[in-house]
Design a protein around this ligand. Sequence first.
Ligand code: 13P
Length: 253
Amino acid sequence: MRPIIIANWKMNLGYRDSLKLAEDLVRAIPEAELYKKDVVVCPSASSLLIVAEMFKKHHIVMGAQDVFWREQGAFTGCESPKFLWEAGCRLAIIGHSERRQNLQETDAMVNQKIKAALVAGLAPILCVGETYEERAAGKTDNVIMGQTIKALSGIQLLANEQLVVAYEPVWVIGSGRPIEPEEAEHASRIIYQTLLDLFPLTIVQNNIRIVYGGSIDGSTVSDFTGLEYFGGFLVGGASLHAEEFASIIKQTE
Ligand code: 13P
């Protein structure tokens, strides 16, 4: 499958800065890279329309940072997957650890959001990963297996649907130092095996990509590009700098 590199701008940029970074990205990322790789940018909800306008004539794809599990109705402040699709999103990050921690998002909510995203035509980017305490207690495998199973319970992917599973060890996010590649590779193998228990082999091979996220930048990305089950990256801090993000894209095989 094509590698996928996803920028998660988180809540870092307002409207003007989002537009500026989108312009810089269009300049910094060579067209040739976009023919070989899927490049996705997930801005804040308030900047989606302006970023979509900027990317219209380019092959950079836009994603949302979250979705709600209902399509429409009296749900103040929530973002409808259907409306996000209308705004130009084609993927949506779901179950990011920052939402699990700050907003008490549960696996059951994540599961509902994934179902709703798929109905709306958005490819979910499911985030899983252990906390420092869980790792210290030797629970990493169980945590990522459990999160994956619960998030994907009752879901059947159709041949035209895509899913991304992002392994993001919570304790390295924003730390400036990624996890050891061997440890990430072990986690990706656990995720891959779990996916094989949930979906037919052809779907796992053709419709699902596993990516790594957590303090990846232009200087560390090459340590992760050769790993067997990873098909790309979910990038936070380093995606806020056009040249740095472009460098990650260029180095991803
Ligand atoms: P950093 O790359 O800033 O560690 O963030 C990773 C992340 O949370 C992406 O979703």
